[in-house]
Design a protein around this ligand. Structure first.
Ligand SMILES: *[C@@H]1O[C@H](CO)[C@@H](O)[C@H](O)[C@H]1NC(C)=O
Ligand SMILES: *[C@@H]1O[C@H](CO)[C@@H](O)[C@H](O)[C@H]1NC(C)=O
Length: 348
């Protein structure tokens, strides 16, 4: 039996970026968790969604409704294709379980693909990859037009796919032409939303008196931003741990930067500030002031505080996390581009 039978036709592949996660969570006790999830993103913002519970491909941004102006069947056609793809994905998990001598447990199979378009140079780049249980399994190299197998179990698949010249040519055409065609269409409809600039609210958080001081910026858009600590006018690198940029539910982003304050003298606190910088120039700056720090152990007026710093969601018997890996932007001026994505992980 062939691995990853390519039954996706042009219509499905018109969807420029998917993240398929198939969760075999029967042995867990997570109620109603969909086994199949599809998301489409433009510039890290989720614009469309389908899962095995709702069984319907739907827009997640208002402006995505406009795609039906030029393609009235868009949502119906792709709903059908995705529900078919779910079966292919299930089959692939079965094949991989056999190849890896796995008998049960929770397994995740993912396909992630997409393209980037630079609207100044018109340069286009694309990627197409599969993952199994959170690890890279096989990916397409657009430059050499070959498949790359980082694990031994993917080598038979690589040989098979490398020899399929029709498929290789189609992958290339998809990534260099069809995908950018759809990306440009989405950008046409979503331009005012995708090009907006929102500044975050910035707060200072500290779990315990001995914890690092967290500067937390949330609500900004787009995700091209920087957050750093300054002492007087000098940017600090030592004693600072910077987090990744993470997506919020509403399409905005958040990030944080921790400052080790253990060696800090009281009289020096006022010399420190946390600075948020949005690509393109706008800044928000917050001077370090003890009265502004929100804590877990007491509020500033002395009353007991609720949890300021959110914990992980813990479920009995099963632990589910939605993890987003944010890709680094390519170098150079990239005004409008699309990139990836996230992965769904279930560890029981
Ligand atoms: C799977 O099991 C067979 C038989 O026990 C063994 O020959 C093979 O090497 C195993 N494969 C893997 C990937 O562990
Ligand atoms: C999207 O659709 C809305 C409602 O039909 C319309 O008012 C708007 O002009 C459309 N936007 C674009 C960019 O075509």
């Amino acid at each position: 039996m062939s691995l990853f039978t390519e039954e996706f036709d042009v219509s499905l592949l018109q969807l420029f970026l998917f993240n398929f996660g198939l969760l075999d969570c029967q042995s867990s006790n997570v109620p109603n968790f969909p086994e199949f999830v599809v998301v489409g993103l433009v510039d890290e913002v989720q614009v469309e969604h389908c899962d095995s519970n709702t069984r319907r491909f739907v827009p997640r941004q208002d402006w995505m409704n406009n795609v039906t102006e030029e393609d009235s069947e868009y949502w119906d056609r792709n709903t059908e294709r995705l529900l078919e793809a779910q079966q292919t994905f299930k089959g692939n998990i079965e094949i991989l379980k056999q190849r890896l001598n796995q008998t049960g447990g929770v397994h995740i199979f993912q396909n992630m693909y997409g393209c980037e378009w630079d609207d100044e140079t018109d340069e286009v780049n694309g990627y197409y990859q599969f993952g199994y249980d959170g690890e890279d399994f096989i990916s397409f190299d657009l430059k050499t037009e070959t498949w790359i197998a980082p694990v031994q179990q993917a080598v038979p698949t690589k040989h098979k796919w490398d020899n399929d010249k029709v498929l290789v040519a189609y992958r290339k055409q998809y990534l260099t032409q069809i995908c950018p065609y759809w990306l440009k269409k989405y950008v046409k409809f979503g331009r005012s939303s995708l090009m907006r600039k929102d500044l975050p609210s910035v707060s200072l958080l500290q779990k315990t008196p001995s914890s690092p001081l967290t500067c937390h910026a949330t609500g900004f858009y787009p995700d091209r931003a920087d957050l750093f600590w300054k002492k007087d006018e000098e940017e600090l690198h030592e004693d600072v741990v910077r987090g990744e940029i993470l997506p919020n539910h509403d399409g905005s982003f958040q990030m944080s930067a921790d400052l080790d304050v253990s060696g800090l003298k009281d009289e020096d606190w006022g010399r420190y500030s946390c600075v948020f910088h949005l690509a393109g120039g706008q800044e928000v700056s917050k001077r370090l002031d003890k009265r502004d720090i929100r804590t877990n152990w007491k509020t500033n007026d002395g009353a007991a505080a609720g949890t300021v710093i959110a914990a992980l969601l813990l479920l009995p018997g099963c632990f589910i996390r939605l993890i987003f890996y944010l890709k680094k932007r390519p170098q150079g001026k990239v005004e409008t581009l699309l990139s990836s994505s996230g992965s769904l992980m279930c560890v029981c």
